[in-house]
Design a protein around this ligand. Structure first.
Ligand SMILES: O=C(O)CCC(=O)C(=O)O
Length: 296
């Protein structure tokens, strides 16, 4: 099996980023301590008791899923904004946008007998020819321990450096075992992988359900997988920390994406501002190309 590097949260951010550049995936442990993860674990297990299994080859047939995590437990709010997560997103996503956002929040409870699933790249949810830069990254938090047997994710470290192919994805069965790694990790750890990394779910061969929480991030000018403007009420958004509101997408991305009457969306939504003098905020670089077009 390939090596999936595990860093501790206390390690230097440059070393963590270097591993992600090299391998495209890693585990960070020590981000949540037992006092934080244990209440979250019991809350999610009881939440899932009322949720039906999904039905689909991608979602699974013995797996339960729920979204809107930031209104389900306050620890999810903390997880979304903590370092080194944000520093990692800064590094990978700010290469291609001015602001990034949360793409999806989804907790999963994988039941015994859930089958393994096909190898895939998460960033294919965005249907365009993919650039060299990453457009999304996923954080998969272990709410329960991920073991060899309970359906831990399988990744192909380094596959983000493979040439992108328009044809079908490689099949897991055809990959040599030494190219794949299983994300075995303690509860409270997080697996982080780039959107271009090939990965798949292994089968849950244990007798117990296993819970995880996914928080993924994407470029600020892309459509979000979870519609966060509808997911949370005005009251819920008003009590959220400013950084989290921003991550939900309450910002105008340069030059003017997502603005309303020239107003920042959070002022429109929470502060009852509805009209404004439209102040241009097109970046200097764009002015130059517009001017050049005019002169030619
Ligand atoms: O293994 C997990 O807990 C979640 C992974 C998953 O379901 C997914 O990638 O969609």
């Amino acid at each position: 099996m390939a090596n999936l590097v595990t860093h501790h949260a206390s390690e230097d951010i440059d070393d963590i980023i270097q591993t992600l550049e090299q391998d495209g995936c890693l585990v960070i442990e020590g981000l949540l301590d037992d006092d934080e993860v244990n209440p979250l674990q019991s809350h999610m297990h009881s939440t899932f008791e009322k949720i039906p299994d999904c039905n689909g080859n991608v979602y699974g047939h013995e797996t339960k899923r729920i979204g809107t995590l930031f209104s389900r437990h306050e620890t999810f709010q903390k997880m979304a904004v903590m370092n080194p997560i944000i520093e990692i997103m800064d590094h990978f996503l700010l290469q291609s946008c001015n602001d990034f956002q949360v793409n999806l929040t989804q907790a999963t409870s994988k039941g015994p007998a859930e089958a393994k699933r096909a190898l895939r790249q998460d960033d294919l949810i965005f249907p365009f020819r993919h650039p060299e830069q990453e457009v999304m990254l996923t954080c998969l938090w272990a709410i329960d321990e991920f073991t060899e047997d309970n359906g831990a994710m399988v990744l192909v470290p380094g596959s983000h450096r493979w040439e992108r192919s328009e044809s079908v994805a490689p099949s897991y069965e055809n990959l040599p075992a030494e190219q794949t790694a299983k994300a075995v990790m303690k509860k409270g750890s997080v697996l982080i992988y780039l959107g271009s990394i090939y990965h798949c779910d292994s089968a849950n061969k244990s007798n117990e359900r296993r819970c995880s929480a996914m928080i993924s991030y994407s470029l600020g000018w892309l459509r979000q997988a979870e519609n966060s403007y509808l997911a949370y009420s005005k009251e819920a958004v008003s009590t959220m920390p400013e950084r989290l509101r921003h991550l939900l997408g309450y910002f105008a991305h340069q030059p003017n994406l997502g603005s309303i009457n020239g107003i920042d969306p959070i002022d429109y939504f929470l502060n009852n501002k509805s009209e404004n003098q439209l102040i241009e905020f097109i970046p200097e670089m764009m002015y130059k190309s517009l001017r050049n077009e005019h002169l030619n």
